[in-house]
Design a binder for this molecule. Structure first.
Ligand SMILES: NC(=O)c1ccc[n+]([C@@H]2O[C@H](COP(=O)([O-])OP(=O)(O)OC[C@H]3O[C@@H](n4cnc5c(N)ncnc54)[C@H](O)[C@@H]3O)[C@@H](O)[C@H]2O)c1
Length: 317
């Protein structure tokens, strides 16, 4: 049984708890939050397991999951790597807000002899994984273009919550909402060669709530990402359209769980629509399954992560 420590008992910790509980071979050994009442509450929900308010005291677990506000990830990951004996550090997305910090954390984690495992759980959604296989197999021929639209809604009450919408801890729509799709296009197409984009916030936030970007990948694929959290009243649309030599595919739905359009040479539309009963998808379950099985190859590569953060940073700051 692999033992996991959770650092940060806020909103996303509940998804990690459910995912770990649903996965054979992993269990939560201890929880940590600087706010003692949060750590205590999580501990009680987990049957009274140990809790702490200082992650530096964590030891003798197989992995620690860092679930703290985004801008704090580099410092927390580095301190966990250098001051504890925990070999694997799972870190929620985005692992950092700047390329400089991402490189520093990756280098210092490696130097400390530890392994960083970034959380980009949408990679493990069945349709995303299937589309990647299809692209890699060459069955679609040359990939010409993609369009990725993320038209979501976060009201003013969302941005009133402590670190949300701040430059130092949040980073804006590309980092906090669309970074799964930034990761997905890297998973599909590799590294970005050039990008241009314009973002804005007419809502007087410190960060951009709306971004339109165009990217060219090293492979020659070009495409656009349009992301906003300012859709009227509620989330409107998530879509990914792929234009290729031998096929056109459009995926949609929360976390891309539906095939909206399918026209691929020699291939019937697969019966792969699936429902998701959670706003964050079920990818965290897969992530812990892979960790339990030692399948570390499925986590994003250093190149994908750095290219993704470079894109987000270039367009957001
Ligand atoms: N993968 C996903 O789908 C997904 C979804 C939501 C959030 N997230 C990411 O998860 C992270 C956390 O988001 P959240 O919404 O849970 O935030 P949150 O504010 O609800 O929770 C963060 C928690 O970290 C604690 N914390 C801060 N500093 C700490 C420290 N030094 N030691 C221990 N605990 C500390 C805070 O007290 C708080 O309880 C963010 O990076 C966010 O982008 C990912």
């Amino acid at each position: 049984m692999k033992k996991i420590a959770l650092v940060g008992c806020g909103r996303i910790s509940q998804r990690h708890i459910e995912a770990i509980q649903a996965t054979e071979g992993v269990e939560i050994a201890i929880v940590c939050d600087v706010v003692e009442s949060k750590a205590k509450k999580a501990s009680e929900l987990l049957g009274g397991i140990p809790y702490t308010t200082d992650f530096h005291t964590l030891c003798d677990v197989d992995a620690v999951s860092v679930l703290t506000p985004s801008g704090l990830h580099p410092r927390h990951v580095i301190e966990l790597a250098e001051s504890t004996n925990i070999p694997y550090i799972i870190c929620e997305k985005p692992i950092s807000l700047t390329v400089r910090e991402a490189i520093e954390m990756m280098d210092r984690v490696t130097k400390a002899g530890k392994t960083l495992l970034p959380v980009y759980q949408n990679r493990y959604n069945p349709l995303v994984a299937f589309t990647r296989e299809l692209i890699q197999s060459g069955k679609l021929g040359k990939i010409f273009q993609f369009v990725n639209n993320i038209f979501w809604s976060r009201g003013d009450e969302y941005f009133a919550i402590d670190w949300h919408g701040t430059q130092d801890l949040d980073g804006g729509v590309l980092y906090t909402q669309a970074s799964h799709y930034v990761d997905m296009i890297h998973y599909f197409f590799g590294e970005i060669k050039q990008s241009k984009g314009i973002g804005g916030s007419l809502r007087k936030l410190e960060v951009q709530d709306t971004i339109s970007a165009v990217c060219e990948f090293e492979s020659g694929v070009v495409g656009t990402i349009n992301a906003t959290v300012s859709t009227y009243q509620k989330n409107f649309l998530t879509e990914f359209t792929l234009i290729a030599e031998k096929g056109t595919i459009r995926l949609s739905g929360t976390n891309l769980n539906k095939i909206d359009f399918w026209n691929v040479e020699g291939m019937e539309r697969p019966n792969m629509d699936f429902s998701i009963n959670h706003e964050y998808g079920k990818g965290h379950d897969m992530l812990y399954r892979y960790f339990a099985d030692g399948r570390l190859d499925v986590f994003p590569s250093r190149e994908d992560i750095l290219s993704g953060i470079a894109l987000m940073q270039r367009l957001s700051y």
